[in-house]
Design a protein around this ligand. Structure first.
Ligand SMILES: [Zn+2]
Ligand SMILES: [Zn+2]
Length: 396
């Protein structure tokens, strides 16, 4: 079975490169993936799959429903980023200021590849398979609206897999981790309102710039003084806005930032901890404030049994030597967590380090991947489905 999967994937490789390049050169931002969605629908329809489009605007779902008891879902994200690509590649982005700088173009191509292989082997299936092409992972989050529109029902999903290409892992290697993989990501915004005046007469004003500086520094004490040192938490103020001239003290300053946590009980305490600091400092300097805390993607937890499926699929596709345990969780976030907080899930990394040249991080204008990952990814996703049958059905 697994040798057959690898052989079929190898045959698909040139077509997958073509698909990935088509998507790469026509990147679309979150919830605007209309062309990508159309391409996905056409590819799936050619396989005679039952296709539903327009889920959470541009999302697409295809289903192989053979009336089995269990259903496995496979998810790829489709969106690009507001980044101006700096590349000499023939498949460079045709759209100014928009780029597939995170590899979601490859994710779409790989899941389409897996759909082709699974369709070919569908007589061997003992589970139903749901292919989920999700909009907007990078900005507002397409996973949650898809769930709200019922993507995990009819048939009910029993397990879900997702992956991300990783330029820091060599091509041909798989990275996986049980338990927490990524953090919850929340957004804070703070407005500090003072009283503007002449830069030469600070005593006649309440200077929100100086107060903002105190607030920013004091917020760092939440992590260093109020948290258990072994507990991963990040508070970062990433944007400051206020003032427009060298000699005018402005009326107000706005701060925007991100809060990352793993433990939901700690996450719940963060709004009060931040508010208390902002309130104490602004009131002691005679300023006013407003504070807003928006909860974002939850932390991503990988289910033990689903990770076991990924690991064994990795052994089949890459061999034991190339299936690596990823040691540490990242404080990055990923809205696959919305799916895996509802049903058992596993999210993993696929090595895609370019064969030559420098390695650029995700979201960099020069980000690229080794395209030989495409058939590997298609094989691995397919292997996850067939390993799920062996492991999940055996254990019930
Ligand atoms: Zn990204
Ligand atoms: Zn990404």
């Amino acid at each position: 079975m697994f040798a057959k999967i690898l052989a079929e994937a190898a045959k698909l490789q040139p077509g997958l490169v073509k698909l990935r390049r088509t998507i790469h050169s026509n990147p679309e931002l979150g919830f605007q993936e209309w062309e990508t969605s159309k391409l996905v629908q056409e590819e799936l329809a050619a396989l005679n799959l039952k296709v539903t489009a327009g889920i959470a605007k541009t999302g697409v779902c295809a289903l192989i429903d053979k009336g089995f008891e269990k259903t496995i879902a496979l998810r790829a994200d489709m969106d690009a980023l507001p980044v101006e690509e700096q590349s000499d590649a023939v498949y460079k982005s045709c759209k100014k200021g928009v780029m597939h700088a995170c590899g979601h173009d490859a994710h779409v191509a790989m899941l389409l590849g897996a759909a082709k292989i699974i369709t070919l082997l569908k007589d061997d299936l003992k589970v139903n398979v749901k292919f989920i092409f999700q909009p907007s992972e990078e900005s507002k989050g397409g996973a949650l609206p898809m769930i709200q529109e019922g993507i995990l029902e009819n048939p009910k999903v029993d397990g879900i897999f997702g992956l991300h290409v990783n330029p820091y892992i060599p091509t041909g290697f798989l990275g996986y981790k049980e338990g927490v993989l990524m953090a919850a990501a929340d957004r804070i915004s703070i407005e500090i309102r003072g009283h503007g005046g002449h830069g030469a007469a600070p005593h006649q004003s309440v200077d929100p710039v100086v107060i903002a500086a105190h607030v920013i520094l004091a917020l760092q004490n939440i992590v260093s003084r109020q948290m258990d040192p072994v507990e991963p938490v990040v508070v970062s103020v990433c944007s400051i806005n206020g003032g427009s001239s060298h000699n005018v003290i402005p009326d107000k300053v706005e701060l925007v930032g991100t809060v990352r946590t793993i433990d939901p009980n700690i996450q719940k305490t963060m709004p009060d901890k931040i508010r208390n600091i902002v309130k104490g400092i602004t009131s002691s300097f005679g300023a006013d404030f407003s504070f807003d805390y928006q909860y974002g993607y939850p932390a991503l937890h990988n289910n033990k049994q689903m990770v076991e499926v990924v690991r064994q699929a990795g052994y089949e596709v890459f061999g034991r030597q190339r299936t690596l345990s990823v040691a540490a969780p990242s404080m990055g976030a990923e809205d696959f967590a919305c799916f895996s907080s509802k049903v058992p899930g596993a999210y993993f990394f696929l090595g895609a380090r370019p064969q030559k040249g420098e390695v650029y991080p995700w979201h960099n204008p020069r980000f690229d991947i080794d395209e030989s990952v495409l058939s590997q990814g298609a094989s691995l996703i397919t292997a996850c489905v067939f390993k799920s049958q062996e492991i999940l059905l055996k254990e019930g």
